[in-house]
Design a binder for this molecule. Structure first.
Ligand SMILES: C[S@@+](CC[C@H](N)C(=O)[O-])C[C@H]1O[C@@H](n2cnc3c(N)ncnc32)[C@H](O)[C@@H]1O
Length: 304
């Protein structure tokens, strides 16, 4: 067995074999605060999305980052089933994944790669100051309890010269192109609340002593459905994305009915309703200067 799963700080301690994933501390807190996706319920089906689209642009962006930085230690926060950890394995001597759901970590452990898995959350990060060269997350920051706190924590654990990278979408960019926003009530407003704007990330990074780098587009996914074809969209399944997973059954059913009604109304008018999805995934990053400057506005400061 080449994995370990832990609720402990990963720090510098050697990998420890575990007989099974530990229960995650403060799990109730995770689900209680506001509408959250319960990944314990969808861990088994989560990787189906990657059979449909492996998001090769994100993998390539991650490879470019790893090739450029040549990091000794890499941490993915919100690593889920390990899709991106497998891209890092073999490209960095030490690869660590943190996630609060043991069911997701179990799927990551099944992938048979050499990485360390830790049950934990975005804040506080279970790692020591100045211990990591690359901290990243992919499509996860909108789930974090404190995206701002995460930036502060990343600044703490990064070694001078290290990089924080966040891959994800900003619903403010091309929002009109994800058609479910128009049919499932509250999804767009909730996403505006959940996803930090990149400009806000720049401000948080700057206040935490990190220097934001130019943002890059990593991936663009496009799909188009005409009329009743939309029923075949795999990303319309309730388990396919957090926007739909977090709806109640009644809210989800109401959205599906709105889509059916719109398709039938168009057909009755002799037209075919065209529904489009275009999602842009950006790679945002910020560097911790080799000479750390003092952190403004709280958070733990680095001791040099
Ligand atoms: C959409 S999944 C992304 C998983 C993986 N990064 C990927 O791209 O396949 C979001 C992940 O964030 C995790 N997550 C939820 N709340 C979190 C928190 N407070 N801190 C860290 N991760 C969290 C979930 O368990 C889930 O694995």
């Amino acid at each position: 067995m080449r994995h370990w799963l832990s609720t402990q700080a990963a720090g510098e301690r050697p990998p420890r074999m575990a007989t099974g994933p530990p229960s995650c501390p403060r799990r109730g807190w995770l689900m209680a605060k506001r509408r959250r996706t319960d990944y314990s319920l969808i861990a088994d089906s989560y990787d189906r999305r990657y059979l449909l689209n492996r998001l090769p642009g994100i993998a390539a962006a991650l490879h470019r980052l790893l090739d450029r930085l040549r990091p000794a230690a890499v941490l993915e926060v919100g690593c889920g089933t390990g899709r991106w950890l497998t891209e890092c394995a073999g490209r960095a001597p030490r690869v660590i994944g943190v996630d609060p759901f043991t069911e997701m970590l179990r799927r990551a452990a099944d992938k048979g790669e050499t990485f360390h898995l830790v049950c934990g959350r975005d804040t506080p990060l279970p790692l020591r100051d100045h211990s990591i060269d690359l901290v990243y997350c992919v499509n996860a920051i909108h789930h974090f309890s404190s995206p701002h706190g995460f930036v502060i924590e990343a600044a703490r654990i990064l070694r001078p010269g290290g990089t924080l990278a966040v891959v994800g979408m900003d619903p403010r960019r091309g929002a009109a192109q994800w058609y479910p926003y128009r049919f499932f009530e509250g999804t767009f407003a909730r996403d505006l609340d959940r996803f930090p704007a990149w400009e806000e990330m720049n401000r948080w990074a700057d206040a935490a002593g990190l220097v934001p780098a130019p943002r890059q587009e990593a991936e663009r996914s496009y799909a188009r459905f005409a009329g009743a074809e939309v029923g075949q969209d795999p990303f319309l399944e309730k388990e396919a994305c957090s926007q739909l997973t977090m709806l109640t059954e009644a809210e989800y059913a109401a959205g599906r009915r709105r889509i059916d009604t719109a398709v039938r109304a168009a057909e009755a008018a002799g037209r075919s309703l065209v529904l489009e999805t275009e999602i842009i995934f950006d790679l945002w990053s910020a560097v911790k200067p080799a000479e750390s400057r003092p952190v403004i506005g709280g958070g733990r400061t680095s001791s040099g």
